[in-house]
Design a protein around this ligand. Structure first.
Ligand SMILES: Cc1cc2nc3c(=O)[nH]c(=O)nc-3n(C[C@H](O)[C@H](O)[C@H](O)COP(=O)(O)O)c2cc1C
Length: 171
């Protein structure tokens, strides 16, 4: 397990190789094994493969243009009506997507949407909801663009145990 965790890093450059539907299904299964507050399972996922939609999604926020090179984008949608912990629930699902993507030899990177703005100053969540016909009462946390990693993806740092971040018994 630690091997996968240490291998995981954010991948923003993707190759043109198609991502098999079977792998996307397994990644979504992984997402749905994530724990949720009161077992509320307050997330839904939109799988986007159409190139024109992928291109438009990559314009939903300021730091997410890398998403345009993805083969698939999984949009993580929270149901605020079902749980006020939708952010936590969706965040864990995103974490599980990161890990299963790594396990499958794919790359992904969180592309932030919630409370963001597009280059034109439009609310990022509204932009994504309009683009994908997501009901107005739902929330959009982030996009998880996916693809086989291309050259040029470098892990940010070695993942080591940072002892200065650990406190024993009391701070
Ligand atoms: C809440 C959150 C928001 C993020 N938003 C973005 C984003 O909008 N664009 C981006 O390129 N990366 C984004 N990232 C990825 C981080 O930049 C990345 O995880 C961090 O630099 C550490 O690198 P690593 O994932 O390779 O370990 C986000 C990550 C998190 C957890």
């Amino acid at each position: 397990m630690l091997e996968i965790l240490e291998k995981r890093h954010s991948v923003r450059n993707y190759s043109d190789r198609k991502v098999e539907d079977r792998l996307i299904e397994e990644i979504l299964r992984a997402a749905m094994t994530a724990p949720t507050a009161h077992n509320s399972r307050s997330w839904e996922f939109v799988v986007v493969r159409q190139k024109d939609l992928i291109q438009k999604l990559a314009q939903a926020g300021k730091w997410i243009s890398f998403a345009e090179g993805a083969q698939v984008i999984i949009v993580i949608v929270g149901n605020e009506q079902v749980s006020d912990k939708w952010i936590e629930n969706c965040t864990l699902a995103a974490g599980f997507i990161y890990l299963e993507a790594t396990n499958q030899g794919l790359g992904t990177c969180w592309a932030h949407v919630r409370e963001g703005k597009t280059e034109n100053g439009e609310d990022s969540e509204e932009y994504v909801k309009n683009l994908l016909d997501i009901p107005s009462d739902k929330r959009v946390l982030c996009l998880m663009p996916l693809g086989y990693p291309a050259e040029g993806n470098k892990p940010q740092r070695m993942k080591t145990l940072e002892k200065d971040k650990i406190h024993s018994e009391k701070w």
